[in-house]
Design a protein around this ligand. Structure first.
Ligand code: ADP
Length: 400
């Protein structure tokens, strides 16, 4: 069985074709500047076909999907002989609201329900919906599945997901913590249990997804019981460019003092804040590491804040779960920055965590970076959201 995984953004579309017999990626690629001009990078990963990396007109998402199918099946760049070999498509969908606590076969009713979730993610969901519609247009009745970033967090209890505002905002409007990166937290926590050789039902795991956007999840017995992102992905940890947790009074103060509107304010909080805003250097942790090494104090402050917040939120989840067996680092910073991992792990001394420096220097593989006598295991696990999407798609399509 071969499954095409699609992650559609407003002007971009990432894809992977995965062979489910081996779970190997056969080809992957990225369409960019859809609706502007268009660029496609397509990389076949089986056989010795060349990479295609050129500007091509991509006026709509449907044309982007058609270009992807053309490349996947072409003589020169293809990895399958025809579209018939693609058994199903799995779509990443950002927001499933309270309607979707797990992945779902896409039907007309599901599409209508997705539209209803759009107000919760006005930037992301319309792009995901456009991607699904484009795929349905080009691929006809190939079965499709939606996999939601929010779904894994639907097991949170009310005490964790409620905001302490008048209850009717929850009842009438669905105002609550939803959480994001659920597919990633689910993958790495499952993999962590495999690596520990224990059933996930017996484990308490703190999963730290640290990338451009960052979130932490408390996973008790395989179920998410709390997570740091909220109604939107703006809150929790300070991120590349997002502010993380912030007193709402600050928003009012800045808006009044500088006479700016809510749209501009949110743009500042989403795009100009986080470690970029504090350092004035970059949102990229590599740049911050370099600047801090050269003595830039604000870059060091931004890094210190990030590490402190990860430790602080992770610690609160240890309290929430009344213990922890393993802490997992994943995503761009979590997988690649040994200095960030080491700095965060320094805070975990009270848990009896000790880090093996040599293991912490490894890259690109699942690795336990704590010493054998460490009381809590610490892992680096490269995330693989596409594989989760493909597995869910297979499971749902096979049950159909
Ligand atoms: P996204 O949230 O966009 O999916 P990623 O998980 O790909 O982000 O993470 C991207 C971030 O990872 C970059 O902004 C960069 O800060 C960080 N990163 C990548 N490689 C390294 C590295 N070697 N050292 C420190 N940070 C890194």
């Amino acid at each position: 069985m071969k499954i095409l995984v699609i992650n559609a953004g407003s002007s971009s579309l990432k894809y992977q074709l995965i062979d489910m017999e081996t779970e190997k990626v056969m080809a992957k690629g990225l369409c960019e500047r859809i609706g502007i001009d268009g660029h496609l990078k397509h990389s076949p990963l089986v056989g010795d076909k060349p990479v295609f990396n050129e500007d091509i007109p991509l006026p709509t998402h449907a044309e982007a999907i058609a270009a992807v199918i053309e490349k996947l099946t072409s003589e020169e760049y293809g990895v399958v002989s025809s579209m018939k070999e693609i058994d199903a498509v799995g779509h990443r969908v950002v927001h499933g609201g309270e309607k979707f606590a797990s992945s779902v076969l896409i039907t007309d009713e599901v599409m209508a329900a997705l539209e209803e979730c759009t107000p919760f993610a006005p930037l992301h969901n319309p792009a995901n919906i456009t991607g699904i519609n484009a795929c349905r247009e080009v691929m006809g009745d190939v079965p499709m599945v939606g996999v939601f970033d929010t779904a894994f967090h639907q097991t949170m209890p009310g005490k964790a997901f409620m905001y302490a505002v008048p209850y009717e905002y929850y009842e009438n409007d669905g105002i609550r913590r939803y959480g994001f990166h659920g597919t990633s937290h689910r993958y790495v926590s499952g993999r962590c249990a495999e690596l520990m050789g224990k059933p996930i039902e017996e484990l308490k795991i703190v999963s730290c997804h640290m990338g451009n956007g960052s979130s932490i999840a408390a996973i008790d017995g395989g179920k998410c019981i709390d997570t740091s992102m909220g109604f939107t992905p703006l809150v929790g940890l300070p991120m590349g460019t997002r502010c993380g947790d912030l007193d709402a009074g600050v928003i009012q103060f800045i808006m009044n003092k500088y006479g700016i509107g809510i749209d501009e304010m949110l743009n500042i909080l989403n795009k100009k804040s986080g470690v970029l805003g504090v350092s004035g250097v970059s949102s990229d942790f590599r740049d911050l590491d370099n600047a801090a090494a050269e003595g830039n104090e604000r870059a060091q402050l931004a890094l210190d804040m990030f590490h402190y917040w990860v430790a602080k939120v992770a610690g609160s989840y240890v309290a929430a779960m009344n213990g922890v067996d393993a802490i997992v680092f994943t995503a761009g910073v979590g997988e690649n920055s040994k200095s960030s991992r080491a700095a965060i792990a320094e805070y975990f001394g009270y848990l009896g965590v000790t880090i093996d420096e040599e293991a912490n220097s490894k890259r690109g593989e699942d690795v336990c970076i704590s010493t054998p006598d460490s009381k809590v295991k610490v892992f680096v696990i490269p995330t693989n959201e596409e594989l989760v999407i493909a597995r869910d798609t297979r499971d749902i399509v096979c049950k159909k």
